[in-house]
Design a protein around this ligand. Structure first.
Ligand code: ADP
Ligand code: MG
Length: 322
């Protein structure tokens, strides 16, 4: 297949939403802007050998390429609307592309996200999605709104994706059934879209945790000019993580829990008075929303361990150039 056959076969589709005046097929897409709303635009790239292995399941990569972008939109409180997909592919391998698009389309369909354009080129395998979401004007949740006295919350559980990597690398032992649920967290992250939307008007600041809890929470603190103290024992985690934290793999477990990447949960802050509304949101979404600490005036992040002592040094977050 040549480039245009690949585009016609796997990417081209007719516009679905009435807001897409021109979709795939022209030099650019044309979308209608709705009065009273603002667009949130984000881009995230997945590179073979860096974000996924050469033999990784293409359907999972299709899911994850879109999921990481929807996670960024969720962190801003945006409703996902459109996506553009730029792919460098080593060849026009139809099986690989078809499987990739199955994963991509399944997630896009669930969140009613429409593919409106992209770019296709030969090169070392790299997948890059630009996602466009919508918020009522002024309602986007940013990283900079945390105030002293706010409560720090997280959704879901932490560390499982990083544990899956640690298990694959042979750094911690695990049973087969434990591995598969951890690997699912790594390969099929679920963007917290409904949570992000539900947090409009509730959260003072938010972000999605892709590079580890302590490092990412640090970005909220820096942007807001505040500090925080969190309790290690309050950080929600799964059963495998719990047992490792109590055993002799504690160091690896702590690293995965606090600094492991790929959680794609939301971390947010809110005034203490929002407690009931947050509890109600957790019930509606059937998603745990757990208070793990408080925002303080003293800059920097302090993590207290199970005995109330300051954890030092903090495990280091992932950094592509670190
Ligand atoms: P141009 O040369 O003007 O950039 P292309 O020939 O690259 O246009 O693309 C033709 C059409 O196909 C454009 O509308 C583009 O957005 C779309 N397209 C190309 N690659 C992809 C892709 N991977 N996913 C979705 N749409 C794509
Ligand atoms: Mg053009």
């Amino acid at each position: 297949m040549n480039e245009f056959e690949v585009i016609a076969r796997y990417f081209r589709r007719s516009p679905r939403s009435a807001d897409v005046r021109i979709g795939i097929g022209d030099d650019g897409a044309v979308i209608v802007s709705r009065p009273g709303s603002e667009l949130v635009v984000t881009v995230d790239m997945l590179v073979e050998g860096r974000h996924f292995a050469a033999n990784a399941d293409p359907e999972g990569i299709g899911h994850k390429t879109l999921a990481v972008n929807l996670s960024d939109l969720a962190a801003m409180g945006a409703l996902p609307r459109f996506a553009l997909l730029a792919g460098a592919l080593p060849s026009s391998d139809p099986q690989w592309i078809a499987a990739f698009m199955r994963g991509f389309d399944a997630l896009a369909t669930r969140y009613d996200v429409e593919l409106i354009g992209g770019d296709t080129t030969r090169g070392p395998r790299t997948l890059c999605v630009t996602a466009i979401g919508e918020v009522p004007a002024g309602a986007a949740i940013t990283r900079s709104g945390a105030r002293v006295g706010d409560v720090v919350y997280v959704s879901g559980t932490f560390g499982d994706a990083a544990l899956a990597l640690a298990i694959e690398a042979g750094r911690v032992p695990a049973q087969a059934h434990e591995r598969s649920s951890l690997e699912h967290r790594l390969d099929r992250p679920e963007p917290r879209v409904a949570l992000g939307i539900g947090l409009r008007g509730i959260a003072s600041a938010a972000l999605d945790v892709s590079d580890g809890l302590t490092g990412d929470l640090g970005h909220i603190l820096d942007a807001s000019g505040v500090g925080a103290t969190i309790d290690l024992a309050a950080v929600p985690c799964g059963d495998v993580m719990h047992s490792l934290l109590d055993g002799n793999a504690r160091a690896v477990a702590l690293q995965a829990l606090l600094a492991g990447g790929d959680d794609y949960e939301l971390c947010f802050t809110a005034r203490p008075a929002m407690r009931e509304r947050i509890a109600a949101l957790a019930r509606t979404l059937a998603l745990p929303l757990t208070p793990i600490g408080v925002v303080t005036a003293e800059p920097g992040l302090v993590v207290r361990d199970e005995r109330g002592e300051t954890l030092s040094p903090l495990p280091r977050a992932f950094d592509h150039f670190g």
